[in-house]
Design a protein around this ligand. Structure first.
Ligand code: ATP
Ligand code: MG
Length: 428
């Protein structure tokens, strides 16, 4: 009998670790077999800052997800982000025997190899080589050349690299938690896989995952990725601005942002007032929702300016990207889309993960797009390999000898926590 195809994805975000155990069904749909979300304060701007804290959160999340699915986890795909992640598009000649002949599977494999054969600086490692299109005897824009006749074959690819030291730090944080990293998936690609529709990929769209410490960007056109970039700014900086502006601690600022924050203060009523307890005053301070909004609007506009700069690449000039799809917890800020629509003058929407059946209630949320996308990317692009060890029963015995269902990792771990302050103070 064919074994179920299980893949485990871990998104090690700046505010939380999310583990998803995905299973491919015989009808090829992918469903969630187990999930868990554990707060993590060991990352800064998408990179490891406190490896012991990151490892502890990964261990806890992996254990809870494994209990949720009733399996043992042996290997995982880990998401990778941070401003050390860089990308470029490049053309490469595919070496093949002389003469006009049909393009074969071997030529396609050779194309991938040629696309990835490049000199890298000492601290850089190749993460992804994604063929975008082919040129057959100079005729550009061929998506699938298999079986077509040509003398010369060239391939254009999107190539993503990262810093070896940053990759190693993340790799070690995961393996120290007792699981093997079978592959790393760059987070902008993962989030895009989880939220973009086929039309958006085809006609042109910009995906932006606004997380706690980074904003991950991926641009798609003609069904393939054209550009990826990471900006080291996320929801943390928004809360930190409030913490500084109103002299309140970070956790209070985080709560203030989520409960009363808006990026569009002009839409907030003048009369809505909130009382705070600033650390520098010995009496409460009453502020309006509009004042909170002023601070958040400035940070939102600043982030959007940084995104605009990342999109001003020469190779994007002719790409029609009239749609922006936001995901990630930071994009849930009230009024965020209003400002985006105004600044970018494009269609905007806030997306939750799709394509993964059975996401439990509370997890169908923009914060979990990257985790869902890592699982989907792996299922679609990486060779089948089982990430789980021996299956256990999904039930556990209690002391009285009766049998009860193991606690649901997802729901038991999501409730009632606030992301912790990052290690660094904000400088961006
Ligand atoms: N309703 C809300 N309004 C505003 N911000 C929110 C809201 N809900 C969550 N956030 C913010 O979302 C951020 C967390 O988002 P997410 O879970 O996508 O980040 P992450 O994956 O941990 O981080 P990263 O991807 O940057 O490494 C936090 O900064 C949090 O304050
Ligand atoms: Mg994230």
């Amino acid at each position: 009998m064919m074994q179920d195809d299980f893949r485990v994805a871990i998104d090690i975000g700046t505010t939380k670790v999310c583990t998803i155990i995905a299973r491919k069904r015989p009808d090829h749909r992918v469903e969630v077999a187990g999930i868990s979300i554990v707060p993590c304060s060991g990352m800064s701007k998408g990179m490891v800052a406190d490896s012991a804290a990151v490892t502890a959160a990964i261990k806890e999340s992996v254990t809870a997800a494994a209990a949720d699915a009733g399996v043992e986890i042996s290997s995982v795909y880990a998401g990778l982000t941070g401003s050390h992640v860089e990308s470029k598009n490049r053309w490469a000649n595919v070496p093949r025997s002389d003469g006009m002949r049909a393009v074969t599977d071997l030529d396609i494999s050779a194309a991938k190899k040629a696309a990835g054969s490049m000199d890298l600086a000492d601290d850089r490692r190749l993460l992804h080589v994604i063929p975008r299109s082919y040129a057959l005897d100079g005729l550009h824009g061929v998506r699938n050349p298999l079986g077509m006749h040509t003398g010369e074959l060239h391939v254009e690819s999107h190539v993503i690299t990262g810093s070896i030291s940053k990759i190693t730090e993340l790799h070690n944080a995961v393996s120290d938690a007792g699981v093997r990293v079978s592959s790393m998936v760059v987070e902008p690609l993962a989030s895009a896989d989880a939220v973009l529709t086929a039309d958006e990929r085809e006609e042109g769209a910009v995906l932006i995952d606004v997380g706690g410490g980074t904003s991950d960007i991926a641009v798609y056109h003609d069904g393939a990725v054209v550009h990826t970039a990471v900006i080291p700014v996320g929801g943390f900086q928004f809360s930190n601005d409030l913490s500084i502006a109103f002299a309140i601690d970070f956790d209070s600022a985080e709560q203030l942002k989520i409960e009363h924050g808006t990026a569009a203060p002009e839409l907030a009523g003048m009369k809505e007032e909130i009382t705070l307890n600033p650390t520098t005053m010995n009496q409460p301070l009453t502020i309006s929702k509009r004042e909170i909004g002023q601070v958040l609007k400035e940070r939102t506009s600043e982030l959007f300016r940084m995104i605009q700069l990342k999109l001003e690449e020469p190779h994007l000039a002719d790409i029609p990207t009239d749609r922006i799809v936001f995901t990630g917890g930071g994009a849930k800020l009230d009024g965020f889309l209003n400002i985006a629509k105004y600044i970018f003058q494009r269609k905007v929407r806030l997306a939750t993960p799709r394509g993964l059946d059975g996401m439990p209630e509370g997890t169908n949320d923009p914060s979990y797009s990257a985790a869902a996308g890592i699982a989907l990317w792996g299922m679609r692009n990486l060779p089948a390999e089982n990430h789980i060890g021996e299956r256990k029963s999904a039930t556990t015995s209690n002391t009285s000898g009766t049998v009860e269902k193991a606690p649901t990792g997802a729901l038991s771990m999501i409730r009632g926590w606030l992301p912790k302050r990052e290690k660094e103070t904000a400088g961006t």
